[in-house]
Structures are given as structure tokens and as C-alpha cells.
Design a protein around this ligand. Sequence first.
Ligand SMILES: [Zn+2]
Ligand SMILES: [Zn+2]
Length: 353
Amino acid sequence: MKSVRLVEFGSSLQWEEKQDPEPKDSEVLLEVISCGVCHSDLHLRDGYYKIGGEEKLFVKDRGVKLPLTPGHEVVGRILKIGSKVSSVSVGETKLVYPWIGCGTCEECESGNPQLCSAPKSLGIYQDGGYSDRILVPDEKWLLDIYDLSPEYACSYACAGLTAYGALKKALPLKKSDSLVIIGAGGLGMFASQLVPLLTEAKVIFLDLDESRLEKLKEIGFYTVPSSHPDPASEVKKISGPLGVSAVIDFVNNSATSSLGFSLLKKNGTLIGVGLFGGELKIPTPILSLRSLTIRGSYTGSPGELKELLRLVSEKKIRPVPVQIRNLREADSALNDLSSGKVLGRLVLSGKSA
Ligand SMILES: [Zn+2]
Ligand SMILES: [Zn+2]
């Protein structure tokens, strides 16, 4: 088993080779075919999130222990199964649902392990897919990818699921409603593919990067550059003067969240998703007088990921562009992601180990 591991926060990842683990009971050992490189892997390597001003939220205080193999967007081929495994077989290609929990709390039992208070997510709290092997603790976390190719399917475990989970919280919307999506990067790109399948409402994208907005405009979305001196009035020219029914904020920093909040019409909902860091100050009487909702959204449930994979396969959604890198280049892939040089998704190939 060859893996790229985080040994010290703030340092480069390190190459490690050891014997393949033996799957026991319900465990399944997969050969990693593709593993997506995600922005949250950068926070993991840094060891913290920014939470406004100079304040930091340290990942070690959230229970992350080193050494750790990152990587939570994994498609692999089953190599070996434990003695109690009955629903999957050696040779099958599966997407790994990574947001697993303790298995016994209220959230886990209601099908929302992503909200477990003792999370055991793969690639964050347990070893993930920056490797040529991954040991999955239970067969139930392995999902069908239908006719999707592994390098495209892997990103649905995080980026795709996060976009889908957030969109579902904005629904239902009527045709006359407006939905604002802040951020046209990775998550925004997934949302732009999914949103026409889920609602007929007007969708308005905001981003600082005008070339991204140009592409969205070409495929029929409304767009407003965030750099506009008064983006709120530009949005209201499209939505109508009362404002919008929902805002999904894939950036979620101080500026975008307060802009998002200011765009809501009565009974509207602001859904914070991004982890760029910041804080939101709200006038509390406005919250009650306008009956507004502010809520967060974190990834999605296994049920939602199953739904999403079926939807993507049935509707023949055009995959977002991917760049494939050698597993040994994991660290430089993270550096490229950090510098904003990457268009589409970066995917590590387990076979290149
Ligand atoms: Zn991710
Ligand atoms: Zn739990």
C-alpha cells in the first residue's frame, strides 16, 4: 500500500509504503482508481480554518489526528472483502461515501452520518484516498456509479454532493422565485449543472471572476459581477425589488454572507456553505420582522449521494473538466489549488503509485 500522508500540520505530505491491510468482518479493501483533490484538503494540510479577522479554527481541536492519509473523493475497485460482506463483490467499481459517523447516535440512525457529533469521515478522521488502497469500514458506504467514469464520479462524493445538498435546502422554489448563487468556482459549476434539473426559478450567479460569469451567461443564467459597486440593486433588477427567495453562498466570507443576507425577501433563506472564513453581523430585528432563515449546509447524506449519482447518470450531465495527476504529485496539486491556478477539478490517479 502506497500512500501520501500528512505527518505534520503546515508541512508537505510524505510518501509511505506499507503492507496492504486485511479487511475484517464488514470491511472492504479497494484499489483506488481516482481520488479528487478538494479545497478542504488544503485546510487540513494548513491545520486550520480562518474564522474572521486573525482568528483560526484548528482542525486538531476538531479531533483530527496525524499521521493521516487525506482524500475523501474516492472511486475504487474492490480487491478484498471481509467475512460478513454480502452486498458487494470483488472486482466491482464503487464510489465511497466518505462522511461516515459513529453509527449509533440520533443523526447516524436517521440516515445523516454527515451530521454525527463523533464523525469518522474518511480522509479527515480516518485514512482516505491519497493512496493506491483504501480500507472502507463497511460495505454500506459503497455506492454504484452506473455508467459514470471514475475520474468524474469521484468529485460527486464531496463537491457534487455539497452543491446538491445546498440546492435541496433552497427548494422548493416557484417559477416566479429567484435564487442567488454566490461563487461560480468548483461548487458553483456543479450547482449550475444540477439547478436546471431541480427548479424553474430564476437563477442569478455572482462571482468576482467575470470570465466564469461569461460562461454561465452563455448557457442561459443571469449573472452579476460581485465587483459591481452596487451588486444588490443589480440583483433586484432581475429578481424584482422585494429581493430573492434564497441565497446559496459557496464563498461564505464576511462580505458575501452579508451581501447574501441583504438580498433576501421576506421569509427568505440564506444557506452558508463555503469555508473561506469570516463572520456575519446581522441586525436582529430584521431577522424577526422579515421572518428570515440563516442556515448552514455541510455535504449531504448517503441517500442524497445515491439520488445524485442516479440523476447525473440518467440526465447525462456533462462532466466538469478534470485534470489527472500522479499520486506522487499530491502536494504540488494542493499548491496549484491554493494558488487558484486550476480550472475544474484535480484528480489523483491511484494507479500511478
Ligand atoms: Zn471535499
Ligand atoms: Zn453518529
